[in-house]
Design a protein around this ligand. Structure first.
Ligand SMILES: *Cc1c(COP(=O)(O)O)cnc(C)c1O
Length: 369
C-alpha cells in the first residue's frame, strides 16, 4: 500500500487494537464490513452482527434496550423523534379501516398527527375527554373497529395524571391495545408498561436526553409489537442516527438525579406561585403550569424573566418557560384551545436543576414588574 490515495482511505481502519472503552463508543458508520461471504451469511442467520445502520446500529439498539429496561418492558426501539416513535407505535397496531381512540388533551404535535395525517392512511380517530371514562367506554362500545387507545401518563399543558388502572381494565375488556406517551413523567415517576400499557412512547428530546441537544424518540413494549414497529421504522426511514442515540444514552445516565432535582424545584415553584396565579401541579414530575390573573400583561411577564428563557420545549437542565397558546397548541383552532383551557394567560414552566432560591427570586421579580 504505497499510494497516498490508498493510504488515506485505509490506514485508520486497519489499526485494529484490543480497546476496551469505559462507555459504548459511537458507531458513526452507515454500514458494517464483512471479511468473508460466510460472515455475511452469518448475519442473515441472525448471529447478532450488523449490516446497515438504517436497519440496525449498536448505539440505537442500546438506546432502545436501555429505555425498555427502565420501563420494565421486554423490548424497545429508537426512532428519529418522539413523533416517529408514536407513529411507529400506531402502525404496529392499526392500519387502513381501523379506528383509534385518543385523549383530546394530547400534545399538540400528536393531536395534529392523529387529526390530520392518519386520515390519509385510511384510519379514523375518535377524541374523547378522558376525565369522563363513560365517554371513553361508549366509543369502545359504538366502534368495534377501535384497535388502540392512546393517551399520556401526564398530559400537556394541564398535567392531568391519567388513570392507567381504568384504561387497563377497558383495554382488556374490549380487547384493544393501549399506548401511553410517558414523556412528561419518565420511568423515574411512572412506568406505564408495568401498569398495563402494551406500548410506551417517549420523546427522548425531553427528559431522557435531558440537555436540549437531541431530537429522538423511543418506543418500548411487548416484543411482538416492537418487532412490527421496528420494521415500520426501518422501511419508512424513521430510524435515529447513531450520534443522537449515543447522546441520549449519555443523558439517561443522569436521568434519576436530574429528575429528583427538577421535581424538587418544581414543587418549590408550585408552592411559590400559589396565590399569585392559578397553578396546576400534580405533585409529581418537573413541569408546573400556571395562568396569570387577567389583570397581568402576559407579554410583559415573559419579557421580565431574565435568565429564565422562553423556549418552546421542556425538560432541559435550565429552567425555561413556554407559551402553549402560541407554540405547542398553536395549530388548534380557538374553539379547540378554549375547550381544553389553553388561554392567552397560560404559561408552562419546566423546572431546571438550578438552586431553588435563584429560580424563585427570578420568578418573583417578573411578578413585581
Ligand atoms: C415533544 C413531545 C412529543 C414529540 O416529540 P418530538 O421529539 O418533538 O418529535 C410527543 N409527546 C410529548 C408529550 C412531547 O412533549
Amino acid at each position: 500500500m504505497n499510494s497516498i490515495n490508498t493510504k488515506s482511505v485505509h490506514t485508520a481502519s486497519m489499526k485494529e487494537r484490543t480497546i476496551q472503552p469505559k462507555v459504548m463508543p459511537l458507531y458513526q458508520t452507515s454500514a458494517f464490513a464483512f471479511s468473508s461471504l460466510e460472515e455475511l451469511e452469518g448475519y442473515y442467520e441472525g448471529n447478532g452482527t450488523y449490516l446497515y445502520s438504517r436497519t440496525a446500529n449498536p448505539n440505537t439498539d442500546a438506546l432502545g434496550q436501555t429505555v425498555a429496561d427502565l420501563e420494565e418492558a421486554p423490548r424497545g426501539v429508537a426512532a428519529s423523534s418522539g413523533m416517529s416513535a408514536i407513529f411507529a407505535g400506531i402502525l404496529a397496531v392499526a392500519g387502513a379501516g381501523d379506528h383509534i381512540l385518543a385523549a383530546e388533551d394530547v400534545y399538540g404535535g400528536t393531536f395534529h398527527l392523529l387529526k390530520e395525517e392518519l386520515v390519509h392512511l385510511g384510519m379514523t380517530v375518535h377524541f374523547a375527554d378522558f376525565t369522563d371514562l363513560s365517554q371513553v367506554e361508549q366509543i369502545l362500545i359504538d366502534y368495534p373497529e377501535v384497535k388502540l387507545i392512546f393517551s399520556e401518563s401526564i398530559t400537556n399543558p394541564f398535567l392531568r395524571v391519567e388513570d392507567l388502572a381504568v384504561l387497563e381494565q377497558l383495554k382488556k375488556h374490549y380487547g384493544v391495545k393501549l399506548m401511553i406517551d410517558n414523556t412528561f413523567a419518565t420511568p423515574y415517576t411512572i412506568q406505564p408498561y408495568a401498569l398495563g400499557a402494551d406500548l410506551v412512547a417517549h420523546s427522548a428530546t425531553k427528559y431522557l436526553g435531558g440537555h436540549s441537544d437531541v431530537t429522538a424518540g423511543v418506543l418500548v413494549g411487548d416484543a411482538d409489537l416492537i418487532r412490527v414497529a421496528e420494521s415500520r421504522i426501518v422501511n419508512l426511514g424513521m430510524n435515529l442516527s447513531p450520534f443522537e442515540a449515543w447522546l441520549t444514552i449519555r443523558g439517561i445516565k443522569t436521568l434519576a438525579v436530574r429528575m429528583k432535582a427538577q421535581t424538587e424545584n418544581a414543587a418549590a415553584i408550585a408552592a411559590f406561585l400559589e396565590g399569585k396565579a392559578q397553578v396546576w401541579y400534580p405533585g409529581m414530575g418537573a413541569i408546573v403550569t400556571f395562568a396569570l390573573p387577567e389583570s397581568m400583561d402576559v407579554s410583559k411577564f415573559f419579557s421580565s424573566l431574565g435568565w429564565i428563557k422562553i423556549v418552546p420545549t421542556l425538560a432541559g437542565v435550565e429552567t425555561t418557560v413556554s407559551y402553549p397558546f402560541g407554540t405547542s397548541h398553536r395549530a388548534l383552532s380557538l374553539e379547540e384551545k378554549e375547550k381544553i383551557g389553553v388561554t392567552r394567560q397560560v404559561i408552562r414552566l419546566s423546572a431546571g436543576i438550578e438552586g431553588a432560591e435563584d429560580i424563585l427570586t427570578q420568578l418573583g421579580a417578573a411578578f413585581v414588574n
